[in-house]
Design a protein around this ligand. Structure first.
Ligand code: SF4
Length: 366
């Protein structure tokens, strides 16, 4: 194939997408005009960062019912916004979305790609996708799926990301020719459905012109990036309850878990379990699980211990009414223990001494 090939190479994608596209609640019916609700595109773009389409759909629908406009979202308090995001993970996206909504409510939508990229939470990819899908700008959006499709189609060996600028220049005329929104979503759709890491080339509208397919190189284009080994840790996730209240860390203002309440999580290697037959009070446990994060895996052992009286907690912990738990935004791991509390658990054979758990959560003078 001579370089650069004609962007017409992508032409079969447009009718394929018109016919095959999945009905997603944020997609406009008319792909030849600007989207009737750019805010819906913004919400979907933020939710789709790091999260699968099938998970996002019900969240998106509830979110749009609850916060139908940028102003409605901007005027809602942060706890309520986090609560609505609960379960989607990567909670700073919720704060970015609220901040972006505030900016849009105050100043209107930006008029160009640079302005979109300045909205909180929109990196170069999301801004370009917004530009194309919401406003019909010929702003090529390259995410992992798009890089994979284009690398294979154009038989690009090596990491296609190093050729991002060149690929954007190549893609822009195809966006102009077939409609920026249609072509952007068509590439995304192909990457999500047919041109997956193990591609289904038999269903692909580009199979007759795809360099990697014709060369039998779909297995090594693009090369698989080596992942750093995830860090492993083990912890006791503890619900200490006394006088109708439970002990939690209130939300911090910064960091990955900003805005979220958390259970005390105690290093399992520092608190050795003992036989619970010797325990001074009953301990309830449920089967543990592995919580997987991008670069980390936690072996979580959930526990519930009832105490007779509250104690003065260590700085950074607070007693809250157990009946108010459902209204607090919690991350996925901590939600899981909250949801276990009303279910029957078991007395484990061994667990840490509750006095050691209390000591780890109590103010130094206790
Ligand atoms: S033919 Fe196969 S490898 Fe090429 S773009 Fe289509 S699905 Fe991807």
């Amino acid at each position: 194939m001579s370089w650069p090939p004609s962007p017409d190479l992508l032409a079969p994608l447009a009718p394929w997408f018109d016919q095959m596209r999945r009905a997603l609640p944020w997609r406009a019916t008319n792909l030849d005009a600007p989207h009737p609700d750019p805010y819906a595109v913004l919400v979907s773009e933020l939710m789709l960062q790091q999260t699968q389409v099938a998970t996002v759909v019900p969240y998106f629908t509830r979110w749009m019912d609850r916060f139908p406009t940028p102003r409605a979202l901007a005027e809602t308090d942060e706890d309520t916004v986090h609560k609505a995001w609960e379960g989607l993970g990567y909670y700073r996206r919720a704060r970015f979305l609220k901040a972006a909504a505030g900016s849009i409510a105050a100043e209107g939508w930006p008029g160009d790609l640079d302005g979109l990229a300045e909205l909180p939470g929109l990196g170069p990819y999301s801004a370009a996708a917004m530009g194309a899908i919401a406003f019909q700008w010929a702003t090529p959006a390259l995410d992992g799926n798009a890089f994979r499709v284009l690398a294979r189609l154009l038989l690009i060996a090596g990491d296609p990301k190093v050729r991002a600028a060149e690929l954007r220049t190549w893609l822009a005329p195809a966006l102009e020719a077939h409609g920026p929104s249609r072509m952007t979503q068509a590439i995304m759709e192909l990457g999500a459905t047919a041109c997956t890491p193990a591609p289904a080339c038999g269903t692909c509208p580009l199979a007759d012109r795809c360099g990697a397919h014709r060369a039998g190189r779909t297995g090594d284009i693009p090369p698989i990036a080596k992942r750093a080994k995830a860090k492993e840790s083990a912890l006791w996730l503890v619900a200490l309850e006394a006088e109708g209240q439970v002990l939690l860390h209130p939300p911090s203002a910064k960091g990955l878990l900003a805005g979220l309440w958390r259970w005390p999580a105690l290093d399992a290697t520092a608190l050795t379990p003992q036989l619970t037959a010797q325990s001074p009070r009953p301990i309830i446990a449920w089967p543990g699980w592995t919580q997987v994060y991008t670069h980390r895996r936690e072996a979580v052992s959930p526990l519930h211990i009832r105490l007779d009286a509250r104690f003065k907690p260590a700085g950074g912990l607070r007693w809250v009414l157990r009946e108010g738990l459902a209204d607090l935004p919690l991350g996925r791991r901590d939600q899981r223990l909250r949801d276990l509390l009303p279910t029957p658990g078991q007395t484990p054979l061994s667990a840490p001494d509750p006095r050691a758990l209390v000591k780890a959560c109590a103010a130094p003078s206790e």
